[in-house]
Design a protein around this ligand. Structure first.
Ligand code: XMP
Length: 513
């Protein structure tokens, strides 16, 4: 498949470049800037994009432009630091800007060029250095108020440089600029579609697995469901999926998982009812870390027991997605990767010697969802919000009992149901990235009818976020909050107070435990 290689110089936006290129249906790979020439050439790339970077080209030890890039004769697009690298390597001049330019700018382009039409467009700038003099053979094809040289081109050699970031949301025309580079300039075919992804994945799984049996652990989450559905499409009856119900799922969720995977897709699904076991072990536990530890360890034990019962298949499906792979290989973002591992309490037995089948390894979340829809999984499952491995345990603060879980489930269903009704539950429709109820072990005095009550509190949380590393609380409509509060207090026994969480992350986290 035609491939564009993006070299990652450590910009916080590098993954966005890859996402935007893929949104144009062109396949691309994000590789560390110092990946070996052999590794890069194995992709037979059609062109290169050089990302931004926290470095200046003059910093000691700053990452460099590998020789194979210019030797390849292929088109190159340098973004910000990438533009400076190109300029520097081809004997132009890069210098610190008088002031760091950060934020929105108006980009002007006098004549039509292959990258953008003439006229003015909003762009996002974030740079310290800038190109002061383009290398020989280049012309300036656009400017902004603070950047007289905001875009350069050498149309003969197909080298392009942009001072601004076409990959970010604040550059609305950026996706089209990347399409023009990848498709019009590099000649890459836009053939990366859900159907082609499925076709490739199916072939690859069949080659890897042959006639062996395969095991999958499904949680009801998007990634494990789509990965399992892909393997089902590839090897059908060779697959057994195990769904451990730990009793910490939301209202009706176990039934929804069964209906989608068994009912719609015909997957051979074994549901393990481990509710009593988990509840027994969690009795009296209130410490969040202790809850997580017990749930993680018990999950592994229960899963292993059932894997053995069905004869320990040699292959195990895992829903690893591309951002996990990229995070763990990018040196400058290793911190972000560590935050995630801390959360991986639903991890699977490391010592059973499974060979991993990872059909989503090259996909971004939006692509996983598109594949899920194309495979016929229900929208409700495909667009599900992320749900933590320890489930409602980390939203039921204090002791976990059947009664308190039911209380939390009922309140959560009211809140998410009302959000859905208003079109605010799915982030693709401008809704929240994550919204849920939390049950607090805080009792307060209330009055219902003529009766004094002394009951627990529900906190509502709804956030918007791109990456779950930082998040903003959502300013929900007051009448919606009023309706939700009213319904919870009236319909959920044991709750007499509802509060709305208005803290962002940081300093808070999204979950309460
Ligand atoms: P926090 O609460 O750290 O959460 O802001 C960030 C994102 O991670 C999810 N999360 C988890 N996911 N296992 C998971 O698979 C976990 O233990 C876990 N804890 C938090 C959380 O829902 C949010 O999307």
């Amino acid at each position: 498949m035609d491939t564009i290689i993006i070299l990652d110089y450590g910009s916080q936006y590098s993954q966005l470049i890859a996402r935007k290129v893929r949104e144009n249906h062109v396949y691309c790979e994000l590789l560390p800037w110092d990946a070996s020439a052999d590794k890069v050439s194995a992709y037979h790339p059609k062109g290169f994009i050089l990302s931004g970077s926290p470095y200046s080209v003059y910093d000691p030890g700053a990452p460099t432009l590998p020789d194979y890039i210019l030797q390849s004769g292929l088109p190159v697009l340098g973004i910000c630091y990438g533009m400076h690298l190109l300029t520097h390597a081809l004997q132009g001049k890069v210098a610190p800007s008088g002031e760091r330019e950060y934020g929105l700018a108006q980009f002007e382009c006098a004549e039509d060029s292959v990258l953008f039409p003439s006229g003015s467009q909003q762009v996002w700038m974030s740079h310290g250095d800038r190109t002061e003099q383009p290398p020989e053979g280049f012309t300036v094809i656009g400017h902004s108020d603070n950047s007289p040289i905001a875009a350069i081109a050498d149309a003969q050699r197909h080298y392009y440089g942009l001072q601004f970031h076409p990959e970010v949301h604040h550059t609305p025309g950026g996706k089209e600029i990347l399409r023009r580079f990848a498709v019009d300039i590099c000649g890459a075919k836009a053939e990366w579609t859900a159907e082609s992804i499925i076709q490739q994945a199916v072939e690859k799984i069949r080659t890897q697995v042959g006639s062996s049996t395969v095991l999958s652990a499904v949680s009801g989450g998007v990634d494990s469901s789509v990965a399992t559905a892909l393997v089902q499409k590839a090897v059908g009856k060779q697959l057994t999926a195990v769904f451990v119900n730990h009793g910490l799922l939301r209202k009706d969720e176990p039934q929804q998982v069964e209906a989608a995977l068994k009912g719609v897709l015909g997957i051979n699904l074994v549901t393990v009812d481990a509710v009593d076991k988990f509840m027994g072990l969690l009795k009296g536990i209130t410490n969040p870390e202790e809850k997580r530890r017990i749930i993680g360890a018990t999950f592994i034990r229960v899963f292993e027991e059932h894997a053995r019962q069905i004869g320990l298949p040699p292959f195990l499906v895992q829903g690893t997605i591309y951002p996990d792979v990229v995070e763990s290989s990018a040196p400058d973002r290793s911190k972000a990767a560590r935050i995630k591992t801390h959360h991986n309490v639903g991890g699977l037995p490391p010592d059973l010697g499974f060979k991993l089948v990872e059909p989503l390894r090259y996909l971004f979340k939006d692509e996983v969802r598109a594949v899920g829809e194309a495979l016929g999984l229900p929208r409700q499952l495909v667009w599900r919000q992320p749900f933590p491995g320890p489930g409602l345990a980390v939203r039921c603060l204090g002791e976990i009992t059947h009664e308190r879980l039911e209380r939390l489930r009922a309140a959560d269903a009211i809140f998410t149901g009302e959000l859905d009704h208003e079109g605010l539950l799915f982030s693709d429709q401008g809704g929240s990235a994550q919204a849920f109820a939390v049950l607090l072990p805080v009792r307060s005095v209330g009055v219902m009818g003529d009766q004094r009550t002394y009951d627990e509190t529900i906190a509502l949380r709804a956030v918007s976020t791109e990456d779950f590393m930082t998040a903003d609380w959502m300013p929900l409509p007051h009448n919606l909050l009023a309706r939700v509060s009213n319904r919870i207090v009236n319909e959920v026994a044991g709750v007499n107070r509802v509060v709305y969480d208005i803290t962002s992350k940081p300093p808070s986290t999204i979950e309460w435990e």
